[in-house]
Design a protein around this ligand. Structure first.
Ligand SMILES: [Ca+2]
Ligand SMILES: [Ca+2]
Ligand SMILES: [Ca+2]
Ligand SMILES: [Ca+2]
Length: 340
């Protein structure tokens, strides 16, 4: 029997074809026009055969073979088989490129995936994070370049020294300095010490550039990290979201080389300090939603009422409006340069 979601999908597809055909009658040798941008149709589907309790917590795109087209990566929460699946681009028919790490322990769950170019060669590397009580919590794999000895070979790992109960929650890539190679951002669940890291690129041996969260309360931890150039100087700033019952739930820090008059990774802005104790920030992202070149900040929130996500415009200064996704001014920003 056809499912309701499939029926809706089929009707949407049919409608789109009829709509497109009516507007643009198909003639020989004409390239079919794209549907309107309000319509997205499936190009590729993953996971039909997964177990009924298995889901895809995070997906990511990146050009891991350097041909200018992005590959697609997805992690699953399985503890029994491969945790990550990478598929080639559309012209390659989304052919499976790599399935990884069925060898992880039975208690080990993937939590994050991201693609980024840590050596600046135009081929993205792949990072995975996991929830586990021993061994590494972050894995970096090589690109799929033909010149590479082993595609998806292990490049680097981190977190072996973390105690039980400490695990990696998210990973992201960004370029916080003036070279072409990207740095790695990592967040973690822990009750003390660092809750987030920025690691330098491959040429610098993935040395720790910056850590965050040492002063946070024992019940506070970082949920996500994102990089974006919010001031158009060519270097990415760093945003963090966190679970906390007081003080800010999201932070934006400066880049790694802001110039003589500013210190590296200085706190530029923080938000969410006025939220009730049970609310926390679940996600951060940067994107460009308007005409100015500076990136805007996206924020996800766990809450039983009120906005669950925000798009925040440039305003990394004291007393600028804190704006919801509806453009409604909620309250002025309170900037806090201290945290407990
Ligand atoms: Ca590619
Ligand atoms: Ca690379
Ligand atoms: Ca860099
Ligand atoms: Ca910048």
């Amino acid at each position: 029997m056809i499912s309701r979601s499939r029926l809706i999908l089929l009707l949407t597809l049919l409608w789109t074809i009829l709509f497109a055909t009516a507007r643009h009658p198909i003639i020989a040798d004409e390239i079919a026009p794209l549907p309107p941008p309000s319509v997205f149709l499936p190009l590729h589907e993953v996971g039909e055969e997964w177990g009924e309790d298995e889901y895809a917590p995070v997906i990511a795109f990146g050009d891991i073979d350097g041909d200018g087209r992005d590959e697609f990566g997805v992690i699953t929460d399985t503890t029994e088989s491969d945790r990550v699946h990478v598929f080639d681009d559309a012209p390659a028919g989304f052919a499976p490129l790599w399935n990884g790490d069925a060898t992880w322990g039975a208690a080990s769950v993937a939590t994050g995936i991201a693609f980024g170019d840590v050596d600046g060669d135009g081929f993205d590397e792949l990072a995975l994070t996991r929830k586990h009580d021993i061994n590494a919590r972050l894995f970096l794999y090589d690109d799929a370049a033909p010149s590479t000895a082993q595609a998806f070979g292990p490049l680097w790992q981190y977190g072996e020294g973390w105690g039980p109960g400490s695990w990696a929650t998210a990973v992201a890539f960004g370029n916080v300095d003036d070279d072409p190679a990207e740095e790695i951002g990592l967040t973690r669940q822990a009750t003390l010490n660092e809750r987030a890291y920025v690691f330098d690129d491959a040429a610098a041996g993935f040395a720790t550039l910056q850590t965050f969260g040492e002063s946070w309360a024992a019940n506070a931890w970082a949920t996500a990290i994102a990089f974006g150039d919010v001031d158009s100087d060519g270097r990415d700033e760093v945003a963090l979201s966190r679970v906390a019952t007081i003080n800010a739930r999201v932070y934006v820090h400066d880049d790694a080389a802001p110039g003589a008059d500013r210190s590296a990774f200085k706190l530029l802005w923080s938000g969410g300090a006025e939220w009730p104790g049970e609310m926390y920030a679940t996600a951060v992202a940067f994107g460009n939603v308007d005409a100015n070149p500076e990136l805007e900040l996206g924020l996800g929130r766990f809450a039983a009422e009120g906005p669950r996500a925000y798009v925040l415009g440039r305003g990394w200064a004291v007393q600028l409006p804190y704006v919801s996704s509806k453009g409604k001014v909620i309250k002025p920003i309170t900037v806090s340069f201290r945290d407990r």
